[in-house]
Design a protein around this ligand. Structure first.
Ligand code: GTP
Length: 367
């Protein structure tokens, strides 16, 4: 019997899907692509790059589209991160499958090599080496990481048989048959990527995976229950940042010690302010006396005035929360001002540069 071994780590290549528009995260993604949003003090992708590197990935092809040049500006040739980075840009977005096919032109591996493919908006603590080992040992065409969620209807629902073979791929179905969902990290045989049609829009979730299953190819699910989060919504984005600061998911890219809060260089926090829940205080941001900030992302140069309360929210770069305002579960755009004694809650979003006068919005749960 011939024995299969995972490939030498140094030879593993990856494709990172980062071309989406991140519509659910607007207004945060109006100027900055989702994978570059400051998360626990660094661009979101820095955490993914550090993690991929820790599993032996040394060369990554970014599949870019929306605001592609910003990725090159942020990560360059990757040397600073101990990686070699390439960029393949779609002029018009080709969907997840089309993007993988397009990016594969920059891979150097042969048809029998496994290639790691990562969605650029996932935080995961799973053992990528174990996923690759399963893929290689079972000679699969593709092996999907699967995770369990409470509400699978928002995700691709992926039932498997008792051998771990994927039996169906049901993208965002109202009637999920299992809580196991596509976790957005795949190991593809290079030859399986080369069979994706070139030059047109293809969705791996709606076309490639269902097609491979229907034609009897070996599509496996690597299921586990490690930390996993899709940061596609504002609430999840904030949670991801806080979890990294609190150390619920360790990241070598965290620019400081894990703890209740992380203050970036030049941040000024009053000794009587209360910071907790994995809050990030951005560079040069100011938190005044008696302000309370819990489980939030405060971007660079923002200002939380005395007595304001901010929780589970994003406060954009240069934004200002005036005295006595309450901001809970909200997104305040860059440069916006929330006037004194406003009360913003429940998913409210203030667009960049907007100035809310004092007492303009109060929240009532009694309507
Ligand atoms: P929403 O618009 O809020 O749904 O976010 P999104 O645009 O990021 O879409 P989604 O979360 O479904 O995408 C999953 C991953 O695939 C993300 O990392 C996206 O950046 C990436 N992605 C989605 N569509 C494309 C595409 O057409 N091209 C490329 N290169 N990447 C894509």
């Amino acid at each position: 019997m011939t024995e299969s071994h995972p490939p030498e780590p140094a030879h593993l290549e990856a494709i990172l899907l980062v071309g989406g528009q991140g519509t659910r995260l607007r207004p945060m993604t109006l100027r900055t692509p989702k994978p570059l949003l400051p998360t626990a003090g660094v661009p979101f992708l820095a955490h993914q790059l550090a993690r991929a590197r820790s599993f032996g990935v040394r060369r990554i092809v970014f599949a870019t589209s929306y605001r592609a040049s910003m990725f090159v500006e942020a990560f360059g040739d990757g040397e600073e991160f101990g990686l070699s980075l390439e960029y393949m840009t779609e002029e018009a977005p080709l969907g997840t499958g089309g993007a993988i096919r397009n990016a594969a032109q920059a891979l150097t591996c042969g048809p029998d090599a496994p290639v790691l493919v990562l969605n650029g908006d996932i935080l995961s603590g799973h053992d990528i080496s174990a996923q690759i080992a399963m893929h290689v040992e079972r000679r699969a065409a593709v092996t999907l990481h699967l995770t369990e969620v409470e509400d699978p209807s928002r995700f691709g629902c992926v039932p498997t048989d008792d051998q771990g073979r994927v039996t169906a791929f049901l993208e965002k179905t109202p009637h999920p048959v299992t809580n196991r969902v596509n976790a957005g990290c795949y190991v593809f045989q290079r030859s399986a990527i080369d069979r994706i049609p070139a030059g047109r829009v293809v969705s791996v979730e709606r076309e490639t995976f269902p097609g491979m299953i229907a034609s009897g190819e070996t599509v496996l699910g690597y299921a586990d229950r490690s930390y996993w989060l899709d940061v596609g919504t504002p609430a999840a984005f904030v949670q991801g940042s806080c979890d990294l600061v609190l150390g619920r998911l360790h990241s070598a890219a965290l620019p400081g010690p894990e703890g209740e809060y992380l203050a970036l260089p030049g941040a000024r926090v009053s000794p009587s302010a209360k910071l907790s829940g994995g809050t990030v205080v951005g560079a040069r941001a100011v938190v005044d006396a008696e302000a309370a900030v819990h489980g939030s992302v405060l971007d660079d140069d923002c200002h939380i005035e005395s007595g304001a309360t901010v929780s589970e929210s994003v406060v954009g770069a240069g934004a200002r929360i005036r005295s006595g305002a309450v901001v809970h579960d909200a997104v305040i755009g860059d440069g916006a001002v929330v006037g004194a004694d406003n009360e913003l809650r429940s998913g409210m979003r203030v667009w960049p540069g907007v100035h809310l006068p004092p007492c303009a919005i109060r929240f009532s749960s009694e309507i």
